[in-house]
Design a protein around this ligand. Structure first.
Ligand code: PLP
Length: 397
């Protein structure tokens, strides 16, 4: 068929095959333990659901302004002020159908064909595809496990070319769980300002930071970097609202204007009811968020300790989000009942067949020596799943 070259070059998710197999096994009644979750395993707090019901009853069922209702944009401005020390006007805010949509709009707004976007690797797998959809070129910069997978200023500098237009920072990070500290962001911000690079700062895991760390938004480090940064955030992860599809971005007015134009011709406003629910989420009590993060923290510590107790496996202590990158490099080259483990995909496949445990192969994030485990999974299942992983590793030859 004569399909578009651009769209045909967008990869389907490498992880899909393992995920589809795990789902099929589950539907056949098998006791699969899934570590693939990319969303909180908690329900949306009830006061948020009530706000949605009220909005429905009040007849808030029509088109809203493209960039979102005024009350929500004002609440987002207050959130940025209180949580991030950032001053934005409502005209600098755009609400979209999830943070992923905000990212899509952002790349559409800033990229010309051939513009390069620096993406620290391992990376969340949608960034390169979102860049390609905007005719940009993703440029990956390797990070190291011993640096907690954080981008080093010297590596960033080396990757900059005359075509570099933007840089992606995702802190707290999916899949690595790293959280950039203020001084680290300061060094990156200086390079971005010097080279006049846009920074697309994906902060959707902001609420999930541990060990007393504080989330810092790179945009808060001075007026120049603020003008260059598109801050992306949303309600999905913080308020267990992944299905509601509300994300938002803050940036220079000129950028937001173009993002709004793109949105106006593609999706129009995000769902009106979900916007009222998000307003309640941002302005309401935070105790359920705190309880959820405390539960993630308990699971995180358990998971890390348990993984490191298994000979042949290891992981760092992640400081944010809800993922652990498990290092499988010591078992690569081994065999499971005659099947050679030559990377993260064959590891994940053999593990699923042998022990009914689903993990995400790191190759999907550009890191074939790792698999990603989510701890948005009950502690009981984490215990069960890691017991099975240990049994699997013991059987490798
Ligand atoms: N950014 C990162 C790093 C994510 O992991 C995700 C979801 O998995 C998103 C953005 C998208 O979030 P949303 O549900 O708001 O589109």
């Amino acid at each position: 068929m004569r399909l578009s070259v651009k769209s045909s070059s967008i990869s389907d998710s490498l992880t899909l095959a393992i995920d589809a197999k795990a789902k099929k096994m589950k539907s056949e009644g098998m006791d699969v333990v899934g570590f693939g979750a990319g969303e909180p395993d908690f329900d949306t707090p009830s006061f948020i659901k009530e706000a949605a019901k009220e909005a429905l009853d009040r007849g808030m069922t029509r088109y809203t302004p493209v960039a979102g209702i005024a009350e929500l944009k004002e609440a987002i401005c207050r959130k940025f002020k209180e949580d991030n020390g950032l001053d934005y006007k409502p005209s600098q805010i755009i609400v979209s159908n999830g943070a992923k949509h905000s990212l899509y709009n952002a790349f559409q707004a800033i990229l010309n064909p051939g513009d390069e976007v620096i993406i620290p690797s391992p990376y969340w797998l949608s960034y390169p595809e979102l860049v390609r959809l905007a005719d940009g070129v993703p440029v990956f910069v390797e990070t190291r496990e011993e640096d907690d997978f954080k981008l080093k200023p010297e590596d960033l500098k080396k990757a900059i070319t005359p075509k570099t237009k933007a840089l992606v920072i995702n802190s707290p990070n999916n899949p690595c769980g790293c959280v950039y500290e203020r001084a680290e962001l300061q060094a990156i911000a200086e390079i971005a300002v010097e080279n006049q690079l846009f920074v697309v700062s994906d902060e959707v895991y902001e609420a999930m930071v541990y060990d007393g760390l504080q989330h810092t938004s790179i945009a808060s480090l001075g007026p120049e970097i603020k003008d260059l940064t598109i801050v992306v955030n949303g309600v999905s992860k913080t308020y267990a609202m992944t299905g509601w599809r509300v994300g938002y971005a803050a940036a220079h007015e000129d950028v937001v204007k173009v993002m709004s134009n793109v949105q106006s011709h593609t999706t129009s406003n995000p769902n009106s009811i979900a916007q009222y629910a998000s307003l309640a989420a941002l302005t309401g009590p935070k105790d359920e968020v705190k309880a959820m993060v405390a539960e993630f923290d308990t699971r995180r510590k358990f998971m890390v300790e348990r993984i490191n107790s298994i000979p042949g496996l290891s992981c760092r202590m992640p400081k944010g989000a809800f993922y652990v990158m498990m290092n499988i490099s010591q078992v690569i080259g081994k065999t499971y009942k005659g099947r050679r483990i030559d990377g993260s995909l064959s590891f994940a496949d053999a593990l699923l067949d042998a022990q009914m445990v689903a993990v995400v192969p790191g190759v999907a994030f550009g890191a074939d020596n790792f698999v990603r485990l989510s701890y948005a999974v009950s502690l009981d299942n984490i215990k069960k799943g890691l017991g099975r992983i240990e049994a699997f590793i013991k059987e490798l030859e």
